[in-house]
Design a binder for this molecule. Structure first.
Ligand SMILES: *Cc1c(COP(=O)(O)O)cnc(C)c1O
Length: 355
């Protein structure tokens, strides 16, 4: 296919976790929320649809930004709608940020292991990826803040995937202050964690925080995320986005979702309780589990290879994520499902002779 840019032909492309057709699988592989979203979301989407879709949506999703700035006003000093940029999922924001900051031949830095999409985004930009390994205790090496003339963006998934570990906000602030470039803190899982970095945005314009409604709000199918950053940063990023990057139904649904914080508290409580139960049960079966601040658990078994377990679970109708990163032991990333789904998983693992 000689029509394509050489670098596009050479790249592998991002491979998302499998989305099997049919309902036979118990899906614990892409960190979706196992519970249905707030009923208020469906009502709002129905209303927006009934009003007709012949007009373009609000290009800046003003209704969402207004409500999100109210939601975060206790946390972020001085926040207003002009501190928020909405995206078609937070992946859209990662694309916007990378395109706006990192040019051909320049450098994007991120950690290993982490979200594989960051590599893909750099490759599309013909940028260079610098990968800094976590230490074995999941703290961050000094190398992450090392000076580099071509460095334009550093990305930290926090909590991280697949480890579920968290770098504390005080540490993140130090990292941002030491870096010569903006630091994107990808907080896709922050609603499941004990702390987050949102307040830091007011302290340093180099700190960019992204959130998604895909995980904690159970809206992976709707596609909505947002960036919180200082207004002068948002203004520049806005130039790079598609004019109508969020559709009218998504804006209506997302606004209703963040408006129902009671739903979030209830669902989060259920997921955290199941996460602790899953972690304990896996440990009893001999797994080494990394304590998680997210809605998944990263684990390895000292005798049963992760890939074989993944294949066997899949044959038995349970999908988990098998991941193998350079210089790290392969492992399984298991999303926190409902209690019934986790029981089904544990029953199978016991049947395989573990524990
Ligand atoms: C799921 C995930 C995202 C993507 O979220 P969307 O809003 O669905 O695009 C971003 N970053 C990390 C680390 C994720 O795990």
């Amino acid at each position: 296919m000689s029509y394509f840019r050489t670098d596009i032909r050479a790249m592998a492309g991002y491979a998302p976790g499998q989305q099997p057709g049919g309902g036979i699988f118990i899906k614990l592989n892409t960190n979706e929320n196992p519970y249905p979203c707030s009923a208020k979301v469906l009502t709002a989407i129905g209303r927006a649809a009934a009003a007709g879709l012949q007009r373009y949506p609000d290009p800046s999703a003003s209704a969402f930004r207004a409500l999100a700035s109210v939601l975060h006003k206790e946390t972020v000093a001085g926040i207003g709608p002009e501190w928020i940029l909405c995206g078609n999922g937070s992946d859209d924001l990662l694309t916007i940020i990378t395109r706006a900051l990192v040019g051909t031949g320049e450098t994007l830095r991120h950690t290993n292991p982490s979200y594989i999409l960051y590599d893909t985004l750099a490759q599309i930009q013909e940028a260079v990826c610098q990968v800094v390994d976590y230490r074995k205790d999941w703290s961050l090496d000094q190398q992450f803040t090392a000076p580099d003339d071509r460095l334009r963006l550093a990305i930290l998934a926090n909590p991280n995937s697949p480890s579920g570990t968290q770098i504390e906000p005080e540490q993140v602030l130090k990292i941002a202050n030491a870096l010569p470039c903006p630091l994107l803190v990808d907080e896709a899982y922050a609603d499941f964690a004990n702390s987050d970095c949102l307040s830091l945005v007011a302290e340093n314009e180099k700190i960019l925080v992204t959130r998604t409604l895909s995980k904690s709000y159970a809206l992976a199918g709707l596609r909505f995320g947002y960036l919180v950053a200082q207004p002068q940063m948002i203004e520049q990023f806005s130039k790079v986005k598609d004019s109508y990057n969020c559709d009218a139904l998504a804006i209506a649904g997302a606004t209703a979702a963040i408006g129902d914080q009671a739903w979030l508290v209830k669902t989060r409580t259920a997921i955290l309780a199941t996460r602790e139960r899953l972690t304990g049960a896996l440990a009893q079966l001999g797994f080494q589990c990394t304590p998680s601040q997210a809605n998944f658990v990263w684990c390895q078994h000292p005798v049963k290879p992760a890939e074989a377990l993944y294949q066997r679970l899949k044959a038995d109708g349970v999908l988990v994520r098998y991941l193998h990163y350079p210089r790290w032991e392969p492992g399984l990333r298991i999303s926190v499902g409902t209690d019934e789904q986790i029981d089904a998983l544990l029953t199978l693992l016991k049947r395989y002779g573990l524990g």
